[in-house]
Design a binder for this molecule. Structure first.
Ligand code: ATP
Ligand code: MG
Length: 747
């Protein structure tokens, strides 16, 4: 256990860590100022110095990956056992955990299935069909994704289907009586969305499922109406608070109803307004928690001086922004590189060659894993991926096509979801024809209509199919349906007998002949089959790492399955872990250290890399032309630049292919404005090293993990003048060193 953690903090950070555990605290500070580090240290401090039980601490992070990283850091500070007792995770994961445990308190079945966006879209698409004639008559085209996002926005504001309908009606009424010329089409759309919202909720409940927004809304209901469900909590911590939405804020209040809170955030990094985040929650907290203390941190420990100077120049262009001081702890380092290319291919080729050059040049100090390429959106990754591949550089896409959204993973999860929750129709619809059993849409919709009348699940209905009341289904189809149900029954029995989720998947792929199915239907079946193996690995990990709370749950299953038996909950826990896994959660961390990361700027939030490259910084792309909030786009670029520790590259192409069409492109206004004002913020020269610096590198690299003093001694021995160190890219690379210690031993 590390008892020196307070010594690695500056005085402002220490005062934040030691601040009274009974007085609410807001830590507001810029990127790289150690907010997350302070939050983690404060958790350790409350446990070690104030004797707070780890199980009475609730820490909310933005992704599960961030929660795991925090748990890892805390394991070093307070030990594995105590760290395992902390209640840590995203708002979604925490809600899901407690909703399972106390489902009965709010009238839910414990075996509810979490419905992901793709499944939600399918439900909405089928509901939209009922409005087809109406929409056509009014010449309105409405997409499932649009409807889902409008419903999701309403839910993020805590507005139920009934409330949304009421609000919509009264808004339309008002604009009618005021004679306002509000577009009648938009009024029609609002009403249809309100109606679909209502039907969508009904369908979700029939399916015994909750979508992601429901997890928060039902969680809020649970916590606010049943105080005993939050009595365990003595302190709530929230990281990245600037990106919480109204419902999440209310959740924090509900969990912290009888205890204290610490939140950390940065208004300059609020980048989720488009997903209803309310940066105003920071202000609101000052009213709701009247005694709240604010602590500002002003020292940046992540980036070199030049990177920070450029980043500040970008965000400072937002005149409405409240100025905050942020001082670099590291030397100026290398000036950020700005380059223009003739096409996206030329830009991508440069990136790949430059990554390779730097790795070769730094003789082992930089690895593939030290590089990230940050994109405004995922679709820009194709040219980059190709170029990296061409140069033989391994890469991974963070937050790209998510592991759990892949076809082969969804196919197998559908079977398991059905084993767990027979009422979850989207899973039935997917599994029943995977592999194809030739069961037609007509048969399926007929069966579905019948279940809605009799309120039984499709599986139960199929079991009763021989009762003579289903003459319209032909015997061969009946046989196929029943053989499908037999598979589900088999898995159900195995799960009940305690077969692990990993073994269930192994058996499942065998009985349905899934490998053959992939081989026959997918050209890249081998990669897909590897993913199936990866799913099995993931399944075995989930079981091993059950936190106490979940372990308790595992024997608390009291819901009714297909045959009225008690359910096997390890399966449910596995399903929950996979449904809630967020961007970048499911990555093989060890392997990833050997790969260049390609990520969206959004997914890179809170993270850092030695080298950051941001291509396609062009008008229309960054800021993205569809974005409604230009300042949010600017902040996003600021977030991207401030991920960089040592080297930053910004580039653009004068021509880019967009949706199959080549278009002329201009450098983003965010950058051109800054470059015009202060051209010295950028260079077009690439980093290189002096012989002295190279000598230091090789000297330092003789030691597996060079300490600060190792480097200082090497530098001193080579008698590199301290002015060279001040500007040296090498020193910038060694970002974790305190420059003062190096200079002291050089002078
Ligand atoms: P972001 O806003 O991007 O989430 P943050 O404020 O949460 O940033 P951290 O990620 O906690 O910042 O810290 C940034 C880096 O600075 C980390 O590598 C961290 O270990 C380091 N750091 C923070 N405080 C100190 C300190 N006092 N001394 C040395 N390094 C520090
Ligand atoms: Mg952070």
């Amino acid at each position: 256990m590390d008892s020196t953690y307070l010594q690695t903090l500056n005085p402002a950070q220490v005062s934040a860590v030691k601040h009274s555990p009974d007085i609410p605290l807001q830590i507001l500070a810029g990127p790289g100022s150690g907010k997350t580090k302070v939050l983690t240290s404060r958790i350790a401090y409350l446990i070690l110095q104030h004797g707070m039980a780890p199980s009475s601490i609730c820490a909310v992070t933005f992704t599960n990956k961030a929660a795991n990283e925090m748990k890892e850091r805390l394991t070093k500070l307070i030990g594995k056992e105590k760290a395992g007792e902390l209640r840590m995770g995203t708002f979604h994961a925490l809600c899901a955990l407690f909703l399972r445990k106390y489902s009965k308190s709010i009238g839910l079945e414990g075996n509810f299935t979490v419905c992901d966006a793709e499944e939600s879209k399918k439900i909405i698409a089928s509901l939209l069909k009922e409005y087809k004639a109406d929409l056509e008559a009014k010449d309105i085209s409405l997409k499932d994704g649009t409807v889902l996002s409008l419903i999701s926005k309403a839910k993020a504001k805590g507005s139920s289907a009934a409330e949304f309908m009421k609000e919509t009606r009264s808004r339309l009424q008002k604009s009618k009586s005021s004679g306002s010329s509000t577009n009648s089409i938009s009024g029609d759309i609002d009403m249809i969305v309100a109606e679909i919202y209502h039907d969508y909720e009904k369908t979700l409940r029939q399916n015994n499922s909750l979508d992601f927004d429901d997890l928060l809304l039902f969680g809020l209901k649970l916590f606010s109406e049943n105080q005993h469900t939050v009595n365990w909590c003595k302190h709530v911590f929230v990281d990245e608070f600037q990106d919480t939405n109204v419902t999440q804020y209310e959740l924090m209040r509900a969990i912290a109803v009888a205890c204290c809170v610490t939140v950390v955030g940065d208004p300059d990094q609020s980048i989720y307004g488009w997903r209803s985040a309310e940066v105003g929650n920071l202000k609101r907290m000052q009213t709701d928690f009247s005694s709240v203390k604010q602590i500002l941190l002003e020292q940046n420990y992540r980036s070199t001086g030049s990177i920070l100077r450029l980043s500040m120049a970008i965000v400072d262009q937002d005149r409405s922004r409240i100025q905050k001081s942020l001082v670099a702890s590291h030397p100026a380092g290398t000036i950020p590189v700005l380059r223009c290319f003739s096409s996206e291919q030329a830009e991508a080729a440069f990136i790949a060659v430059e990554v390779k050059r730097l790795v070769a040049h730094m003789g082992g100090l930089l690895h593939w894993g030290d590089f990230v390429i940050l994109l405004r959106f995922n679709a820009l990754s194709r040219a980059i991926e190709n170029a990296l591949q061409k140069e033989g550089i391994p890469s991974r896409v963070l937050g790209g096509h998510k592991f759990f959204e892949r076809l082969e993973i969804k196919d197998l999860l559908a079977y398991l979801q059905l084993v767990d929750n027979p009422h979850f129709t989207p899973a039935f619809m997917r599994a029943v024809n995977t592999p194809s059993r030739g069961i037609g849409e007509k048969t399926l919709s007929e069966l579905l209509a019948r279940t809605q009348k009799s309120k039984i699940s499709l599986l139960e209905l199929i079991e009763k199919i021989n009762d003579g009341k289903t003459p319209d289904i032909k015997p061969p189809v009946k046989r196929k349906l029943q053989s499908f149900v037999t598979h589900i029954r088999l898995l159900k029995r195995m799960a009940k007998e305690g077969t692990s989720p990993a073994d269930l998947i192994r058996r499942l792929v065998e009985v349905i002949g899934y490998q053959d199915h992939l081989r026959q239907t997918q050209p890249d079946w081998e990669t897909r089959w590897e993913n199936v193996q990866e799913l099995i690995t993931f399944a075995s990990d989930v079981n091993v790492d059950l936190p106490d709370e979940t372990r308790e749950l595992a024997y608390d299953g009291d819901t009714i399955g297909i045959d009225g038996s008690r359910d096997a909950t390890p399966l449910r826990l596995f399903l929950q872990a996979s449904m809630l896994s967020s961007e970048g959660d499911h990555q093989n961390e060890e392997n990833d250290k050997e790969k260049v990361t390609i990520s969206t700027c959004h997914s890179a939030k809170g993270l850092e890399w030695p080298v950051v490259m941001i291509p396609a910084v062009e008008q229309g792309t960054f800021p993205f032309y569809r974005s409604e909030d230009i300042e949010e786009e600017r902040r996003l670029l600021y977030v991207a630049c401030t991920r960089a520790q040592s080297l930053l590259y910004i580039s653009h192409a004068s021509q880019r292919k967009v949706a199959g069409e080549t278009k002329g492109k201009e450098l983003s206004g965010f950058i051109s404005a800054v470059a015009k004002q202060n051209p010295s913020l950028f260079t077009d020269q690439l980093t290189s090293f002096t012989p002295d610096e190279r000598a230091v590198i090789s000297k330092v690299l003789d030691r597996p993990k060079p300490s600060d003093s190792d480097v200082a001694r090497s530098v001193a021995e080579l008698s590199v003048p301290s002015s060279a160190i001040e500007l040296s890219p090498l020193m910038a690379m060694l970002f974790h060193l305190q420059p003062s210690s190096i200079q002291a031993s050089c002078s």
